[in-house]
Ligand binder design. Structure first.
Ligand code: OSB
Ligand code: MG
Length: 373
């Protein structure tokens, strides 16, 4: 039985080591919402909301998520007994549209507390089978193809199993081709457009077919499955959907319509672990590979991503880079690391997230707090 009696929200500011540019915007100083959940027995766990600073990836931002957690999400779980964390999502979703990132932060926290309660590591609780996770890096849009080549080369040398290149009109085919030529035919390259194209760009996108990419992620509008289906019919490269997959139903629609062949699962984007596991299972049954995306999570959110990516159908490398890729210093100990073969270890030694939250450091980084009970 899970029974939460208090949720403490915090906003921390965590500067990225270098600014990150995608087609729709740039971020340099992350504003991260962390939750600390306390259950009736006094146990606490942490979770993270992946909402960004601006509504350029999804309609949610840290501001909207804060309001949603305080006013509508937390009240649905506080003081309520849940037999299992898998029951939480439906309660949060009933007659409550959208706000997946706000829901996801609380929902995942409920899985975190359940893993403490049951005395098992989070990855075990959800049925994870992989002891290590293959890791990819996501490279922001660079000023020149040469700058991209340098970053991509360094990533491969570090052991990364996948190099994702952010693209937009004006920084696409030439940039990706430069990386392909520099790194060779075998290099595991992909592109992510974050909605930067329309069907008018089909001919340009089709040029990427020559570059033998693992996939092209979310080329068209964030909520458009119909046009992605038309595009996929014109491309040999598999389309992978990120922004468009906001629920199990959208993954089913992707499959029905042929809008893509690979799914990026971000647990925060779909409303938590319940929907993530459901999407994973559907995709597994239909031969659709999945991988775990990232949203520049701190070490707290990363713990959930790593646990999720230990499920069997996460067959492609995830955007779960080590802490040092993002931050001068993370908010957990030990920090997340990757070995020379590009593998991140799934914590399987103790119950819970597998990392210790550095509360003193978080105190120092906190710019606002609110307690809901
Ligand atoms: O589209 O996957 C994306 C970061 C912020 C918003 C959207 C995306 C990303 C990334 C970062 O690609 C991946 C990571 O966390 O390493
Ligand atoms: Mg993406």
């Amino acid at each position: 039985m899970i029974h939460i009696k208090e949720i403490r929200l915090r906003e921390i500011r965590l500067p990225l080591r270098e600014p990150f540019r995608i087609s729709s915007g740039v971020v340099s100083n992350r504003r991260i919402m962390l939750l600390e959940l306390t259950d009736a027995g006094g146990a606490t766990t942490w979770s993270e909301c992946v909402a960004g600073e601006m509504p350029n990836y999804s309609p949610e931002t840290i501001e909207t998520a804060w309001i949603a957690v305080v006013n509508w999400v937390a009240p649905r779980v506080l003081g309520v007994s849940f037999a299992q964390p898998g029951d939480v999502h439906d309660v949060l979703d009933k007659d409550f549209r959208g706000h997946n990132m706000a829901k996801g932060a609380v929902e995942m926290g409920m899985w975190g507390i359940a893993s403490l309660h049951d005395g098992v590591p989070l990855a075990r609780l959800i049925g994870g089978t992989r002891p290590t996770i293959p890791t990819g890096i996501s490279l922001g849009i660079q000023a020149t193809p040469a700058a991209l080549v340098e970053k991509a080369r360094a990533a491969v040398a570090q052991g990364y199993r996948k190099v994702k290149i952010k693209i937009m009109p004006g920084a696409d085919v030439e940039f990706v081709r430069a990386a392909r030529e520099a790194l060779g035919a075998e290099a595991p390259l992909m592109a992510d457009a974050n909605n930067a194209y329309t069907l008018d760009d089909v001919d340009r996108l089709a040029k990427l077919d020559e570059l033998d990419l693992m996939m092209i992620e979310q080329p068209l509008a964030h909520d458009d499955l119909v046009r992605h289906a038309a595009l996929q019919r014109r491309l040999e490269t598999p389309v992978c959907l990120d922004e468009s997959i906001t629920s199990l139903d959208r993954a089913i629609d992707m499959h029905t319509l042929g809008s893509g062949r690979i799914v990026n699962i971000k647990p925060g984007r779909v409303g938590g672990f319940g929907p993530s596991i459901a999407i994973h299972d559907f995709c597994e049954q239909h031969g659709i590979p999945v991988w775990c995306g990232g949203m520049f999570e701190s070490g707290v959110g990363r713990a959930y991503n790593v646990a999720l990516a230990s499920l069997p159908n996460f067959t492609k490398p995830g955007d779960v880079s080590p802490s040092a890729r993002y931050w001068e210093r993370d908010v957990v100990t030990p920090e997340w690391t990757m070995d020379a073969n590009g593998m991140v270890k799934v914590p399987l030694e103790e119950p819970g997230l597998g990392v210790t939250v550095d509360v003193d450091r978080i105190e120092n980084l906190t710019v606002r707090t609110q307690v809901v009970s």
